[in-house]
Design a protein around this ligand. Sequence first.
Ligand code: XMP
Length: 508
Amino acid sequence: MEKILVLDFGGQYNQLIARRVRENHVYAEIKPFNKITPEQIRAAGYSGIIFTGGPNSVYDPTSPHYDPAVLALGIPILGICYGAQLMAYMAGGTVVSAESGSEYGKTVVCTDGSVLWQDVPERSVCWMSHTDHVETPPKGFRVIAHTDKCPCAAMCDEKRKLYAVQFHPEVTHTEFGKDMLKNFLYGVCGCKGEWKMDDFVERSIEKYREKLAGKKVLLALSGGVDSSVAAVLLHRAIGKNLTCVFVDHGLLRKGEGDFVEKTFREGFNMNLIRVNAEERFLSKLAGVTEPEQKRKIIGEEFIRVFEDEAKKLGKIHVLVQGTIYPDVIESGAGDASTIKSHHNVGGLPDRIAFDEIVEPLRDLFKDEVREVGTKLGIPRELVWRQPFPGPGLAVRIVGRITREKLDKLRQADAIFREELEKAKVQSSQYFAVMTDLRSVGVMGDARTYGETIVLRAVTTDDFMTAEWTQLPYEVLGRASSRITNEVKGISRVVYDVTSKPPATVEWE
Ligand code: XMP
């Protein structure tokens, strides 16, 4: 299958570049620049290479450099931002660093005569973010775009199929960025567009039907998008040889456990074991207030419950994990400092004997996983569900976790979600939080001293940063009065108006 290498020099948009390539139906994979040699690139049979951006300056001795032999492989290359400067530097051009030449934000770019600009007007808006720029293009290159401040905003050597752009075609602020990438893939690299989710589904089913024939396969189903899609895909391949274990830790939202069970047992007719482990989790969590400790306890207990179930099933040949491509990239790209230890059901049990792990989604981005889910007929509300933390409502209860608090939170959360959905408000994630704060209120003629619920709603693309959603006052008002009326013991409702950073999305 045709594929593109995204050679990573540390830029912030690297995953976005790969996603944009795949949106054009060409498979793309990301590799750190120091993990692959030109020889390995040649052997892997890539149709093209994209050098990503990066925060450095090419003349800085500590900046990431690459073996110039890559330019002579005969494989088309597109350099973006730092990648463009690096290409110029490697091929013998010059790069200058000038504060006065720096550009940031939307900038008008004038393009001129290249296959890269097919269907792109001569003047359009691009996204710039640089201080350095190419001063003299290397021998054999010609300038094919400029801006007011940047005399070489793009250059190419058609003979060697080397192209470079100073701006970022992968971000949506570049009006015709999609066309430019498409032109590189189809016009320069000669790709045909073989990466299609229909094919992926069919290919995977075929592959696992063969590979897992006669084997006993186990999957930890969380009800989240990834494990659900992995489950349905494998079920199509091997049917009743797949057993899904759904650990209900009692920290789920209202009605969620039943919904998951109904969807998979009745909707898909799968072998499903639902383990009602509320008691087990709540007793382990009793009295615990520290957020990281809660996460650790839940993560560990998950694995122990899962192991206990697996043992009852006898010999397991294969364990399935819902790992997706960003997990793979992140685990290979060094450690980002841990802000919160995100727990997913993925943590590997060490006491189950199994021969093999299968990760059917490890090449896919989240939006591709959703597309696969839709093609497999998984209900929309499951495929498009909001992220829900593995530790569940435990990290939405500040302080001690009790069954009473969980019940109150579940009710308040359901009301808030219902009101937002009724009003068709656009928000990426919304939920209620139970604080450990009590305040004085009045109900009828009596004084109350009840608990405080926080409502949280955020708008974001990637959950790395997020804006608090500006909800209409009427919606907030309706949610607040319903919560104080319908949920016993809640006497105050507040709305969280903090973005991320400085806050995180979850309260714990
Ligand atoms: P934060 O709170 O870190 O959340 O700003 C960012 C996104 O991640 C989700 N989240 C988690 N997901 N396990 C998960 O699987 C976790 O422990 C966890 N903590 C936060 C959160 O809901 C938001 O979408």
